[in-house]
Every structure is written in structure tokens, then in C-alpha cells.
Design a protein around this ligand. Structure first.
Ligand code: BGP
Length: 478
């Protein structure tokens, strides 16, 4: 096989709220994830009405990257990272979201962080919104169901793109836009788009309204970003869980095709700049009225993305006559989902399917002909530290290694234009869906536990040394 391109970006990915902590430091405001409880087995996390006494909020301290980032970045540099993906916490910059002027202390924090990365030769890759909506905008404005929030988001994006125009080249607008708008995310009480779907008469119709607002906001950010610095590369970010037909029964194949519309809807608009026919037909059939301003059509057309960022963790199989309660996993599943007998699943029911990554890359590249960037892929597992302090996470090495093998095939055999790969949770962080610490993804272990105890000490896992070698050989030695 020929090799991956020499400028292939290797690194890790995190989100501000899952690792920074310092939730109220430097005049930071409260974000929706700051009022999200921990969740326990069987009981999902909840977005509470403000910070309630007696509740544990794991994101408040997280792993205290806020004060330890230099130490952590040195470890990333030791692994040879050439890029590092993180988000900017919107509420460090606009604490309530609707202020006119940004908060200087918040801006300074990211100046220092990006300087530290650049000092080590690590390119920052920045997500503007990774589930971190200001709580005030959720509560007072109803989140992205309200058009005004588009303006607040664009104001925030312009402020940071201006400030970091010479430090950051790679940007993404909304993390997993398909997940954060999704009505099933309402298990948290509210969604991270700041919407309480249960209070809306027709949640699905509202979902499309929210989606429209976020798509317009994203397109406006692309347009503004190109004015600020024409060399910016601005992408979208979608969670891609492909749906396979359970069998060659034509009904299963058709259900898979229909289910895939859920996956393609957002990138179709982000990339092509208009709504696809299957969505327009659905709105017509169901009588949905989505409010659009006269200028929106042009905005979507002019604000198309430069690349597609994606997360890939698992695949899913669908069957036309599936019983709904046979659903393989709540994450990324549809009402037609069934367990796939050909793949195994993680402890959290996520189906492990490396070939699905190649399938995903080929499918997206053939549909859009745009560069792709795998900005999340990883294995959440329970790690045990031995008495001598070592952590033998061979299962993680096996997961990541097999996925990297498949991405190489996509590039080398199928000709996919792939910009890079950032492993999710390169240092242990708070799990988003469960709020746990014990669902770990990192190459670096953090001594912190589900109940918030722990010294926060960092230790290298076996996978740390393995990934270092993967990067040093540009993916040859996996
Ligand atoms: C993605 C999110 C991340 C991250 C990851 C793993 O959906 O973008 O924020 O957390 O999934 O999920 P979890 O932490 O729940 O295992």
C-alpha cells in the first residue's frame, strides 16, 4: 500500500466542557452542560433548572484542564500530535450569550491555550459549539428555536474568529449537529440546543425549525469567517452512524436508505446549500411549516462548508419489521434498529465495526467530493490501574488500530481525500452521554472517579506509547 499523505493531521479531540472545569472562573457564565447532572446506572443525566444544592455536576471541575493545560499539552506533544481539536466554551466569551461585548478574560484563556499548542507545533482545530450553549439563552430565549439566538451565535463566532485569525486555521461550526438538534436528546430534559421539545406542540416540526436556525447560523459563520481570513478552512461536524440493511430483503434495503436520510440531511444542506427533496417532501406530507427569512436561501447557498468533520464510533443495522424494543443501542439507533450479528458491542452497547468507518468515508466522499476529517473515533472502556501504576489498555489499541487500518484503505485504495484523524478523548474526560468518569477513552489516564474524588494525577497508558508510534510512522505501524 502507498502511504498516507505527509501532511496528514494526527491528534486527539476533546470538548471544553468535558475537560476544562473552571466552570465559573474568569467571569465565565453558566452553560447548559454546567447544569447537567451526573446520571447513574439506568438514570440518564438531566439538565436542571440552574445549579441545585445536593446535586453533583461533573463538568464543574472535570479534569481541571483549565489550570493544567500546559502539562497536558506537553504530553500531547510527546505523542507527536500535529493537531488538537477542542471547543471554545461560548460562555467564557459571552457569559450570558446576549451581551454586546466579549469577556476579555475568556478570550485571553484561549489565546494562551492556542499559543501553547503552536509553541509545540500543534495545529488547533476549533469547534465553535460543542453542546455549550449559554444557559441564559436556553432559559430566556428558548435556545435555537428562537431566531434571535442565531444572531448571538454569529456575534460570538465573529468575536473569536477575529481574535484568533492568525492562530487558528481549522474551524467547525456545530459539533454533531444531528445529535444536538435531535428530539431524542430530550431525555436530558432539554437538549443542548437549548430547546425543551416536550413544551412544543409538535416536537418534530420544532426540530426542523431548530435545525434551520443552526444551518443558517453555520452558513453565516462560514461567510463571515471567509471575510475575516480567506485562508480559514471551515467545516461542519456530523455524527455518522451508518445504517446497514439487516438483510437483502428489498424492504430492509429500503428502510436502510430511508434511515440514511437522517444522516445525510445536515451535510446535504451544509455542503450543497439547499434542502434535499426528501426533506421538502416530508414537510409537505406532514404539513410542517418552517419559518424562513427571505434571505435564508441565499445565505445557505453562499455559506457552504470547506470540509466535513465527522465522528464515527459504531454502525447500526435496520430491519423493516423490527420490533421497536429490539433496538441495538439507544445511541445512534432508529426505531428499526436491530443488533447486528456480525459485530460485537462495547460495554455501553456501541457496536464495534471498523469496516463501517471505511464504508462511511467512501459513502460521504462519493456523495460530496469534499475533504473529510475524522474528528472523533474512540473506545469508551473501564480501565484498571495495576499496582505498579501501569494500564494495559490493549482493547483500546485493538479498536483504534483496526479503525486506522480501515481509514488507510479508504485513502489509499478508494482515493478518499482525508485531512486527518483525531482520537476522541485523548486524555480521559467526562463522558457526555452518561456523565461518568469511568467510561474512559484516553491515552492518558486521569485519577478521577465517578463520585468526583481523585488526585487528578495524569499517567500514560499502554496506548500512549502505541499511538506515539502510529504517528511517528504516519500510520504505517498500527
Ligand atoms: C460524541 C460527542 C462527544 C463525546 C463522544 C463519546 O457524541 O461529540 O462529546 O463525549 O460522543 O460519547 P460518551 O462520552 O458519551 O461516551
Amino acid at each position: 500500500m502507498t502511504r498516507l499523505p505527509n501532511d496528514f493531521l494526527w491528534g486527539g479531540a476533546v470538548a471544553a466542557h468535558q475537560l476544562e472545569g473552571g466552570w465559573n472562573k474568569g467571569y465565565k457564565g453558566v452553560s447548559i452542560v454546567d447544569v447537567m447532572t451526573a446520571g447513574t446506572k439506568g438514570v440518564p443525566r438531566k439538565i436542571t433548572d440552574g445549579v441545585l444544592e445536593g446535586e453533583y455536576y461533573p463538568n464543574h471541575e472535570a479534569i481541571d484542564f483549565y489550570s493544567r493545560y500546559k502539562e497536558d499539552i506537553a504530553l500531547f506533544a510527546e505523542m507527536g500530535f500535529t493537531c488538537f481539536r477542542t471547543s471554545i466554551a461560548w460562555t467564557r466569551i459571552f457569559p450570558n450569550g446576549d451581551e454586546l461585548e466579549p469577556n476579555e478574560e475568556g478570550l485571553q484563556f484561549y489565546d494562551d491555550l492556542f499559543d501553547e499548542l503552536l509553541h509545540h507545533g500543534i495545529e488547533p482545530v476549533v469547534t465553535l459549539s460543542h453542546f455549550e450553549m449559554p444557559y441564559h439563552l436556553a432559559k430566556e430565549y428558548g435556545g435555537f428555536a428562537n431566531r434571535k439566538v442565531v444572531d448571538f451565535f454569529v456575534r460570538y463566532a465573529i468575536a473569536v474568529m477575529n481574535r484568533y485569525k492568525d492562530k487558528v486555521k481549522y474551524w467547525m461550526t456545530f459539533n454533531e449537529i444531528n445529535n444536538q438538534t435531535n428530539t431524542s436528546a430530550d431525555i436530558f430534559g432539554w437538549t443542548c440546543s437549548g430547546v425543551r421539545y416536550s413544551e412544543h406542540e409538535n416536537p418534530m416540526e420544532t426540530m426542523y425549525q431548530v435545525a434551520h436556525h443552526e444551518l443558517v447560523a453555520s452558513a453565516l459563520v462560514v461567510k463571515e469567517g471567509k471575510i475575516i481570513n480567506p485562508t480559514f478552512e471551515i467545516g461542519c461536524m456530523i455524527a455518522f452512524v451508518p445504517f446497514y440493511p439487516y438483510s437483502c430483503n428489498p424492504d430492509d434495503v429500503m428502510i436502510a436508505t430511508e434511515s440514511m436520510h437522517e444522516r445525510f440531511f445536515f451535510p446535504d444542506v451544509h455542503v450543497r446549500g439547499y434542502y434535499p427533496s426528501y426533506i421538502r417532501k416530508e414537510w409537505e406530507r406532514k404539513g410542517y411549516k418552517i419559518n424562513m427569512e427571505p434571505e435564508d436561501e441565499a445565505i445557505l447557498k453562499e455559506g457552504t462548508v470547506d470540509f466535513i468533520g465527522l465522528s464515527y464510533y459504531m454502525s447500526n443495522a435496520v430491519k423493516a419489521d423490527a420490533e421497536t424494543d429490539t433496538s441495538a443501542s439507544t445511541d445512534g439507533a432508529s426505531k428499526h434498529s436491530v443488533p447486528n450479528p456480525y459485530v460485537k458491542a462495547s460495554d455501553w452497547g456501541w457496536q464495534i465495526d471498523p469496516v463501517g468507518l471505511r464504508y462511511t468515508l467512501v459513502t460521504l466522499y462519493e456523495r460530496y467530493q469534499l475533504p473529510l476529517f475524522i474528528v472523533e473515533n474512540g473506545f469508551g472502556a473501564i480501565d484498571e490501574m495495576r499496582e505498579d501504576g501501569t494500564i494495559e489498555d490493549d482493547y483500546r489499541i485493538a479498536y483504534l488500530g483496526s479503525h486506522i487500518e480501515e481509514l488507510k484503505k479508504a485513502v489509499v485504495l478508494d482515493g478518499v481525500d482525508l485531512m486527518g484523524y483525531t482520537a476522541w478523548g485523548c486524555i480521559d474526560v467526562i463522558s457526555f452521554t452518561t456523565g461518568e468518569m469511568k467510561k474512559r477513552y484516553g491515552f492518558i489516564y486521569v485519577d478521577k472517579h465517578n463520585d468526583g474524588t481523585g488526585s487528578l494525577m495524569r499517567s500514560k497508558k499502554k496506548s500512549f506509547h502505541w499511538y506515539k508510534n502510529v504517528i511517528a510512522t504516519n500510520g504505517e505501524k498500527v
